[in-house]
Design a protein around this ligand. Sequence first.
Ligand code: CP
Length: 325
Amino acid sequence: MEHLIDIMQLSTQEIDELVSTATDIIENPAKYAHKCDGRILATLFFEPSTRTRLSFESAMLSLGGKVLGFSSANSSSAAKGESVSDTIRTVSCYSDIIAMRHPKEGAPLVATKRSMVPIINAGDGGHNHPTQTLTDLLTIHKEKGRFDGLTIGLCGDLKTIRRRMGKLDDLTIGLCGDLKFGRTVHSLVAAMSRYENVRFVLISPEELKLPRYVKEQYIKKNNIPYTQSTSLEAVMPELDILYMTRVQRERFFNEEDYLRLKDSYILTPEKLHNAKEDLCILHPLPRVNEISVAVDDDPRACYFKQVQNGKYIRMALILKLLHIN
Ligand code: CP
């Protein structure tokens, strides 16, 4: 694989391998400290970011590499009207790998046509966010699974091995909030639809339901059981994972609709009273109001662990795309 634009470019075996590498990085950071000596990562962010851009940069620095880039379209020649293709062609002369975020769906795919180096989609509009999904999968593995057997015997009967490893399988996942514009949700649904005995609970207001193409292409096509609900409280006891999302103000056409919908779901300690004891609460962040800070001290709140995992899985991905063992 040369570029990562869509999570479905990675097989489940490749995801297992990335999770395995990330786990080894966590346990043996010194082993990886010089793997990218002399290599340069460019982070081209045409849209705001805290976690994705800085975790990519931290990942490359921790691998011994260097970083360059821009954090807003306004500080690049895009502000003068330069095309994505020309920007990418230029930056691929200065770097070995590029992580790119853009407000337009498909822009990173366009970039691959002109790039001389691997392109990583760091979020394109309301479409996809594959490296957030890798972060989510690593976190789910760490919180819900175990890693016995992960690094051995991945050729062969992967279905059985994955079952033994447990627990990307057999999970009920509640996705709550802006399922329409939330690109992290779209990528996570796609990725999780390939595991055994997964069940989705889609919790959103009517106006922010999961797009039909995501439902058809991943959930229905794979006969994944799912239910839809407008009430978080009603479905809370069923959930193994609760994936909260922000209502994506920047994707709304009108401010009135955003203001009406923005506080549709606010997770508080009271709403968790009938949740499972081993519920895992995730959120790609940033949050606005949808998780009260009072939930942060609950041992089930895993969203800041998720932030930390984002760095390690991006280290693993950089190594994979640069073909460094
Ligand atoms: N999860 C995520 O994409 O966060 P940022 O927008 O801060 O990068």
